[in-house]
Design a protein around this ligand. Structure first.
Ligand code: ATR
Length: 261
């Protein structure tokens, strides 16, 4: 039996992470098993402890447990501290990291070959929180966070020099990258963007993967380039894999295979 890793979340059933990590393990000859664990909403810590006590080596963490994972760690990386959320746990040491932001940035720069400058980030929840630091570090000259509840956008922006907050009505069309980090798509809704924000020359990126969200549909209709979050998923997985195994897997072949499937 290989070294055991898993994704913990609720729900997790439709995650592509096991397929991605199996492909990384094959390509790098690492003896690794990766499974899915659905933790009860009130049972994240107990689930992690059970997996660790049973010999588990590392965990990825997804909704809705990333903030709780951050609080549970005995030590965290700088980028996890900035995000106040953890998506990768090294169980031998209790160390936590967050590879979401760098996953998004790598997808934009390496897979999509996209150079951005003026960024509009939609949403101010956990998903948005995880990527602000990485986007600024990667060279966003301007980063505006828009949210339905504007106070949440203001609170998030206040933590980052270089970020500012806005409500949807106050937005003006000056962005070359628009990232949907809201959960609106899961309810088949789109963030209420004023006309003109999504247009030709804009990359519209939805952090959700595996579904055509109303945001992506609206972006295509408006002539923008539209992209889902599958590449971000693969890239964040590669960073986690590297953290656990010390080996950096190639992401391109895995992404191409998933896109082709
Ligand atoms: P996550 O961890 O996925 O970010 P969350 O912390 O619950 O989940 O945050 C959800 C985000 O999506 C919030 O920014 C939320 O806006 P509010 O703070 O105003 O609630 C946003 N959101 C959810 N549904 C939305 C919708 N239909 N239109 C616009 N924004 C939406």
């Amino acid at each position: 039996m290989g070294d055991r890793y898993a994704l913990v979340g609720n729900p997790v059933a439709h995650s592509k992470s096991p397929v991605i990590h199996a492909a990384f393990a094959r390509a790098t000859s690492q003896d690794v098993e990766y499974s899915l664990i659905e933790a009860p909403l009130d049972g994240f810590a107990a689930t992690v402890e059970r997996f660790r006590a049973g010999g588990g080596r590392g965990l990825n963490v997804t909704l809705p447990f990333k903030q709780e994972a951050f609080r549970l760690c005995s030590g965290v990386s700088a980028r996890a501290r900035i995000a106040q959320a953890v998506n990768t746990l090294v169980l031998e040491t209790g160390f936590g990291d967050n590879t979401d932001g760098i996953g998004l940035v790598h997808d934009l720069s390496r897979n999509l070959n996209y150079k951005f400058s003026n960024v509009l980030l939609l949403g101010a929840g956990g998903a948005a929180q995880g990527v602000v630091g990485a986007l600024l570090e990667a060279g966003a000259a301007r980063l505006v966070i828009a949210n339905r509840t504007v106070s949440k956008a203001q609170a998030l922006a206040a933590r980052f020099p270089g970020a500012s907050a806005c409500d949807y009505d106050g937005l003006e069309a000056q962005f070359d990258l628009v990232i949907n980090a809201t959960s609106a798509g899961l309810a088949d809704e789109a963030p209420p963007l004023p006309p003109g924000i999504l247009r030709s020359g804009v990359l519209a990126y939805d952090m959700v993967y595996g579904r055509e969200t109303p945001f992506l549909t609206a972006a295509r209709r408006a002539g923008a380039r539209a992209c889902d979050g599958l590449g971000m998923l693969v890239e964040q997985a590669a960073e986690s894999f590297f953290l656990w195994r010390g080996v950096r897997p190639q992401t391109r072949p895995v992404l191409e295979k998933l896109r082709g499937a």
